[in-house]
Design a protein around this ligand. Sequence first.
Ligand code: ADP
Ligand code: ADP
Length: 222
Amino acid sequence: MIVVLLGAPGSGKGTQGGPLSAKFGLAHVATGDMFREHIKTGTELGQLAQSYLNSGALVPDEVTVRMVRERLQRPDATNGVILDGFPRTLPQATALDEALNDEGKQVDVVPCVSVSTDELLRRLGGRWICRASGHTYHIDSNPPKTAGVCDVDGSELYQREDDSIDVARKRLGIYFEQTGPVVDYYRGRGALVEVNGEQSIDEVFRDLAEALKARTEPTRAV
Ligand code: ADP
Ligand code: ADP
């Protein structure tokens, strides 16, 4: 199963992507996490991506598509993936189709998590992330048990530079301008499932899991 999880920065893709992929036995492929890992370990790709991430701009399509294509070849992706943060532009969406087509696969379902702009800015402003593996918290709505420490692996929590108010606003503008057409692209194909992201984390998870199940279970003849 190939799932594209769409939604603006702050809509909850990362929060949901991990548990959802575990439930369905899929690999969680989050391009933002991949870029941050490259930056942390100082690879050539990390050096190239850094200025884009810092300023809130998108990394060029060609670089991003190559990274995702390679990731999809890894053994854990053969059973299926949840793509989180990709595709973000129309050329990325068509490149994904081509890559999947080469292997006789296709995008099966595209849940799109919607959240108002005010709530997105509130979430990004209070987001804290763990250094070790990117587990995500919110200072008010999803706080860690001990301030500044990840519940899962005990590592330090930090705030992303690109979550500062000015860069966050810029990223939301880019989302509506560049990723909006991607939403329409999947809607036109009948693959889009709108999910209300302004519910509790558990309720959003329930709706996402239902969307995935509905697309994978064969329809029973009545
Ligand atoms: P994305 O990956 O889409 O950018 P995240 O999963 O990182 O979004 O979530 C953004 C912030 O909002 C995080 O601080 C997270 O803890 C918080 N969050 C996620 N889902 C919810 C929710 N349903 N209600 C309230 N806060 C949420
Ligand atoms: P968020 O969780 O707030 O949606 P991400 O962690 O997904 O943000 O992405 C952080 C940054 O990584 C983006 O602002 C962009 O610079 C880069 N990035 C991630 N995914 C892509 C992509 N598909 N295309 C281009 N740039 C990307």
